[in-house]
Design a protein around this ligand. Structure first.
Ligand code: 5GP
Length: 195
């Protein structure tokens, strides 16, 4: 499952709650050259790496996709997604719009979800609470404007107003998707063989 939300959309809180409530999901930790924010943990929130290391990951073809967001590099290691799939869990990727498009090409059965704050006012408030500089807030709002234009690419839409409701909706999406016939072909074929 790929989740995209303009910065300040409350993605990380949402993510934490999803993992608490539903053990099918596992976070696919991505790499970034951005500096660690207060409260973030190496390897849990991101693999924080140097520019040099990131470029090596690209040249070694270790990344499923990568993008420059707000002046920093971000990328999804292929291995982390594959490892989660091998465990029969749902890799949860919280990446930007370009990343979502690339993942969908690589894994056409990925489910894409666009998350939005209830209003622009709330989005700005959340960014300010995070104590971003005025300059950073402006950059992130500019990106948000561009990302919203891409919203129709996504299959599902969740408003991140009440946290509990948003989590519930993400879980509902996973439930519906997992019930799709084509995702259950193996179970059907196994049953058929038993006749
Ligand atoms: P932040 O710096 O606020 O954590 O993230 C900035 C943006 O980068 C967010 O939209 C986030 O979803 C996106 N992002 C995080 N990891 C990746 C990644 O591996 N690939 C891509 N394409 N975007 C990412």
């Amino acid at each position: 499952m790929v989740i995209s939300a303009p910065s300040g959309g409350g993605k990380s809180v949402l993510r934490t709650e999803i993992f608490k409530k539903d053990k099918r999901f596992k976070f696919s930790v991505t790499c970034t050259t951005r500096k660690k924010r207060k409260g973030e943990v190496q390897g849990r929130d991101y693999h924080f790496v140097s520019d040099k290391k990131f470029k090596k990951l690209i040249s070694d073809k270790k990344l499923l996709e990568w993008a420059k967001v707000h002046g920093n590099l971000y990328g999804t290691p292929i291995k982390s997604v594959r490892d989660i799939l091998k465990e029969n869990k749902i890799p949860l990727m919280t990446i930007d719009v370009n990343g979502a498009r690339s993942v969908k090409k690589y894994f056409p059965d990925a489910v894409t979800v666009f998350i939005l704050s209830p209003s622009l006012k709330i989005l700005v408030k959340r960014l300010k609470l995070r104590k971003e500089s005025e300059e950073n807030i402006a950059i992130r709002l500019e990106t948000a404007k561009k990302e919203i234009k891409e919203a129709f690419f996504y299959e599902y839409f969740v408003v991140n107003g009440k946290l509990e409701k948003a989590v519930e909706n993400i879980i509902k999406i996973a439930d519906c998707e997992s019930l799709k016939m084509w995702r259950n072909r193996d179970a059907i074929l196994k049953f058929k063989k038993e006749f």
